[in-house]
Design a protein around this ligand. Structure first.
Ligand code: CAA
Length: 699
């Protein structure tokens, strides 16, 4: 089937676009649309036309895969202008999603009809760019300036009903879009063309103060991003300038975004997110187990949060605790979370009750006997985990999947206490588990393929991005984190103060600085861990100053003091004179002459620690691909999406430079922590990147 074809339906041309899977605007579609418009203009038997799509969706945008290649005419800007300039009325018939360039095509049509289930949107900002084929000029004209700014800056999908209320759609139908669009098009013959580009915006209310106010309102959420400001400039141009000049402004801003490294990073993230569910050894043909009921062991913050994910998709959950009061407390926290969502208007009171109705509390392991998946979220010690799995082995039905939510422990050892190690795997959720998108799916030595495949699918169903990891201490994310945390803490003992380290990393784009994160997580957990370890096994220079802080009963935010001071009831960290004095004393004790550190030095040290460990994890086969590591860091550790993740960041630096810097660190800081990863060395010597490695692995 050709990408674009025309049917003549009683003098209405029905232009079909067909470019699976999402009818992206590849060259063949652009060319096909241009030719179709010419044919319609020249055909006297045709009075009006409909542009519709076959398959699951209307055009979902430009073909992102073509972004790296030299652009090939006709460009989308030309195609949309040809459509808008047509003398015969053109109607877009939208189902599925009309996104990005797809919506720009629809906006260049003279009318738009849609299925009531359809959605529209301009998600370019999520790819680090902006709508570059008139979207920033035409959308404000049909939908209003405020709505256009909301849509373009958020990139969100807008439901058809809302789009209709904004004026971006003309009519909605519940079914048979084809027939409805043909009937609608017939009515346009009389009405004639209605060109979006000829509409004007009453600019009087949209003065400088309006745009400045808008900028201030989004400043926090767009911190560090390049494209949003350019989007605003384009909408300002739509208000102030005629279409032609507005389009020129859009072009200029588009080019600036397109050539910025953020665009490359965010496009990398788009494809990386879609790669994670491709797992060697697993395919569509791999059988799946049916999951209809879930059991969760432990009703603490983690267990309750995990349970909510399943109740949210309508799945019954049995929540097990050893004590009635802990169970009651857990269930009441879940209820409070739902009620908070209801207060924000995200759920109705009825939905809260429906979800709570899916929970059954119990203190009896036997009550987990009918669960298809059981996830343990109890205290993080091997002894306790082994006891839980021994008990589970007795009560779980055959074929039930048994998962541990451990953050660090050896899943093989946990699986070994059962008589069914092939049913066991790790499902490592991140706190708060009902909010954070990341799920590490830990494939143990004996985990069966169907168990893994079921959990990979399940991750998607509960709205998580599930990344498969092999077994090692801390899996992908926490193993890397420990290297980063150590180097950040060493930066403190060598000369930077905690707030300087945090500022450097925050300004780099991290959601939070490492010291603030430590205070939030609680300093006592690491402290207690270290007490059970041999001092030779960790870097005491990085931890002794923190141990002293804990011993002053400063355990972090929960005790109102940690690395930072906190005012009563406040979560805002304030540099602490007490802690800074401790740090200086500890540096002196170690004979370290404190020297100031620049933000660049701090960032480089943190990034190189992450990259080197990431390369080890990749080389050992713990992560399937470098881009999976990026997804872990972006979704679980607050890494800025516009930098693409630590491995993409390394590729941007060039692996040769990364390798040389790590070798130089080895000389400067000692080789104990700065042994370059063998894979990094190999790729650097070959002049290759992590992306090349992923490609070569066929991953
Ligand atoms: N270009 C190329 N491939 C695309 C694509 C696009 N715009 N959108 C989706 N795909 C591919 C995906 O990579 C995926 O491929 P694989 O199966 O090989 O992994 C396949 O289509 C299906 O995609 P999803 O798995 O995401 O399917 P879904 O049903 O969950 O979601 C969707 C469908 C809502 C359309 C989603 O794919 C999506 O949001 N796509 C991106 C839309 C977008 O950003 N459009 C704007 C592009 S930029 C632009 O248009 C600006 C311009 O004019 C220059």
């Amino acid at each position: 089937m050709t990408a674009v074809s025309i049917e003549n339906r009683d003098n209405i041309a029905l232009v079909w676009v067909y470019n699976p899977p999402v009818n992206a605007l590849s060259h063949s579609v652009r060319d096909g649309l241009k030719n179709a418009m010419r044919a319609i203009a020249e055909d006297d038997t045709i009075d009006a036309a409909v542009i519709a799509c076959r398959g699951r969706t209307f055009i979902a945008g430009a073909d992102i895969r073509e972004f790296g290649a030299p652009p090939k005419a006709p460009h989308l800007t030309e195609v949309v202008q040809i459509i808008e300039d047509m003398e015969k009325p053109i109607t877009a018939a939208i189902h599925g999603t009309a996104l990005g360039g797809g919506l720009e095509v629809a906006l260049s049509c003279h009318y738009r009809i849609a299925l009531s289930t359809a959605k529209i949107g301009l998600p370019e900002v999520k790819l680090g760019i902006l709508p570059g084929a008139g979207g920033t000029q035409r959308f404000p004209r049909v939908a209003g300036v405020e709505n256009a700014l909301d849509a373009i800056i958020s990139g969100r999908h807008i439901k058809a009903k809302q789009a209709l209320s904004w004026g971006a759609l003309d009519e909605l139908v519940d079914d048979d879009l084809e027939a409805a669009a043909l009937a609608f098009a017939r009515t346009t013959i009389k009405k004639g063309v209605r060109r979006t580009g000829e509409m004007t915006i009453d600019g009087t209310t949209y003065d400088q103060a309006f745009f400045d106010g808008f900028r201030a309102s989004i400043a926090r959420r767009t911190r560090g991003y390049f494209a949003p400001e350019r989007c605003i400039r384009c909408v300002e141009a739509a208000v102030k300038l005629p279409l032609k000049e507005g389009l020129e402004a859009e072009r200029k801003n588009f080019q600036e975004c397109f050539s910025n490294s953020q665009a490359k990073a965010m496009q990398h993230v788009f494809f990386a997110e879609r790669q994670v569910s491709r797992v060697p050894g697993i395919s569509k043909e791999t059988p799946r187990r049916e999951i209809k009921k879930v059991g969760i062991i432990g009703a603490g913050t983690m267990g309750g949060g995990i349970a909510m994910n399943f109740a949210n998709i309508g799945m019954p959950v049995t929540l097990l605790e050893v004590q009635q009061d802990a169970l009651d407390r857990g269930l009441s926290v879940v209820r409070k979370n739902y009620e908070r969502s209801a207060a924000k208007g995200k759920l109705t009171a009825e939905q809260v009750e429906q979800r709570m109705g899916l929970f059954t509390g119990t203190m009896e392991y036997a009550d987990l006997g009918d669960c298809d998946l059981i996830i343990e979220a109890v205290f993080e010690t091997m002894d306790i985990k082994k006891k839980v799995f021994t008990a589970l082995d007795e009560v779980a039905k055959p074929d039930a999947i048994l998962a541990s939510n451990t953050s660090y422990l050896d899943i093989d050892a946990i699986a070994a206490v059962t008589n069914r190690p092939s049913d066991v795997l790790g499902l490592h959720f991140f706190s708060p588990a009902n909010v954070m998108r990341l799920l590490e799916i830990v494939r143990a030595d004996k985990t069966a393929d169907d168990v893994l495949a079921t959990c990979v699918d399940l991750a998607r169903k509960i709205g998580k991005v599930g990344v498969v990891s092999g077994v090692c201490h801390g899996f992908i994310g926490n193993r890397m984190l420990s290297q980063y945390a150590r180097e950040m803490s060493l930066s403190v003992i060598e000369g930077a103060m905690p707030h300087e380290v945090d500022k450097a990393m925050y300004d780099f784009g991290m959601a939070m600085g490492p010291m603030t994160v430590s205070d939030m997580a609680g300093l006592d957990i690491g402290y207690l861990n270290r007490k059970g370890m041999d001092r030779a096994d960790y870097e005491t220079r990085a931890t002794d100053w923190i141990d002293r802080v804990v011993e002053m009963d400063r355990k972090g935010l929960k005790t109102g003091a940690g690395i930072y001071d906190y005012d009563e009831g406040s979560r805002t960290p304030k540099p602490s004179d007490t802690v800074m004095a401790v740090i200086e004393e500890e540096s002196a004790k170690l004979g370290i002459e404190r020297t100031p550190k620049t933000a660049d030095e701090i960032v480089e040290r943190g990034m190189l620690a992450l990259i080197n460990e990431g390369a080890k994890i990749l080389g050992e086969g713990i992560a399937i691909r470098a881009s999976d590591i990026d997804i872990v860091y972006l979704n679980g550790y607050g890494f800025p999406p516009y930098r693409g993740g630590p491995m993409h960041y390394a590729d941007q630096m060039g692996l040769k430079a990364v390798y040389e810097k790590i070798c130089a660190y080895g000389e400067k800081f000692g080789e104990r922590w700065w042994q370059p990863a063998p894979l990094l060395k190999e790729l650097a010597e070959k002049g290759q990147s992590f992306a090349d490695y992923d490609k070569k692995q066929g991953a």
